[in-house]
Design a protein around this ligand. Sequence first.
Ligand code: C5P
Length: 236
Amino acid sequence: MTSPRNPIIVALDVPHLETALGLVQQLAPAVGAFKVGKELFVAAGPEIVRRIRETGAAVFLDLKFHDIPNTVAKAVEAAVRLDVQMLTIHTSGGLAMMQSAQQSAEAAALRTGKSQPLILGVTVLTSLNTNDLAEVGIPHDVGDQVERLANLAALAGLGGLVCSPLEITRLREFLPSKIQLVTPGIRPADSVADDQKRTLTPKEALAAGASWLVIGRPICAAPNPRAAAEAILASL
Ligand code: C5P
């Protein structure tokens, strides 16, 4: 998936297919894609992806695959058959796992005639700090570990990374410019932070070098989600 005209990805963090589809119907003309994460996918299954794709909207399947290379390759192939446009894998699964995922996406797209999804690497989860890394045997600063894994993802041929707003500038200093950066933790200037601690506004994140903005509650929990999405688009 190439860089977007509309960079807003709405996180459909809801537990039911009907609720998600209601949001998709309202929001599709005003946003670039919809993110289906673990909660919705486990509750509603692949059907939710098919139903969103029937509306013509793009789907970001955020299941963060992390397994042996063959298993991840097969999961990616299944995601291509479902016709998703973006999906996530953990870079800490290693170079061979990432290469298998990327090769599987390319081969499955050729074989099925479906579009080749953008594979996004997740580096260090933003819920982890340097102490947490030490506990699992990684004796590095979070920023250095993010940099190491980002370089490995680029080496594996992935097309993008998920990163926090505060990582964008550093990543842009050394990553090839074709790598797309997908950034959650986005809050419009007039919006509450919820549980996000380090946020940028949509415009700041794009200026720093983000390619896509993942936005959940500021749109989905707004009294008028469509108006909230349109206001964010207008602010860019
Ligand atoms: O509601 P909000 O805009 O905070 O939603 C952000 C979305 O991005 C959620 O789906 C959340 O799981 C996801 N996310 C995040 N921070 C990360 C990675 C993903 O908030 N580091």
